[in-house]
Design a protein around this ligand. Structure first.
Ligand SMILES: [Zn+2]
Length: 156
């Protein structure tokens, strides 16, 4: 893999506020539907637990450009840093790589063409789909529902 990307992936903790308590992907969080329903907003529940998709252009995270980290809205696991984000013009927060080992993937066929779905390794929450039309050098576009993320600025 490209050296710059590897560096970006290994220095993700530089984007986490100093005092933050960071969970590990292996510290699995298993909850039943009722617990999730109580903890999440209805919009976040629909995406994370029912594989819904938020309407394009509705997330305020589309315009989030401060240094920091995007964590799972379900379990707080850091998933992306601000330097992994790019403006795809699609209306969904988009990233060309991820913090290592935070997602698992599956194929889905909800549209006619197969897509690669990805979900949080810690809580199983659905986040979005990864496409192969992203920018160099990865060529990947992680198309993430904003409602499934929470942004934690580094400097506040
Ligand atoms: Zn999670």
């Amino acid at each position: 893999m490209d050296d710059d990307i590897r560096k970006m992936q290994t220095r993700w903790r530089d984007f986490v506020p100093a005092e933050a308590d960071v969970p590990s992907p292996d510290d699995r969080l298993d909850q039943d539907r009722e617990q999730w329903r109580q903890e999440l907003t209805p919009a976040a529940y629909r995406v994370l637990r029912e594989e819904g998709t938020e309407p394009a252009g509705t997330s305020e995270l589309n315009d989030e450009h401060r240094p920091g980290v995007f964590v799972c809205a379900g379990c707080g696991l850091p998933l992306f840093t601000s330097e992994m984000k790019f403006d795809s013009g699609t209306g969904w927060p988009s990233f060309f790589t991820t913090i290592p080992d935070v997602f698992e993937t599956s194929r889905d066929f909800k549209l006619i063409l197969p897509r690669t779905e990805y979900h949080c390794r810690r809580c199983g929450g659905h986040h979005g789909h990864v496409f192969k039309d992203g920018p160099a050098p990865t060529g990947l576009r992680y198309c993430n529902n904003g409602v499934a993320l929470r942004f934690v600025p580094r400097d506040e």
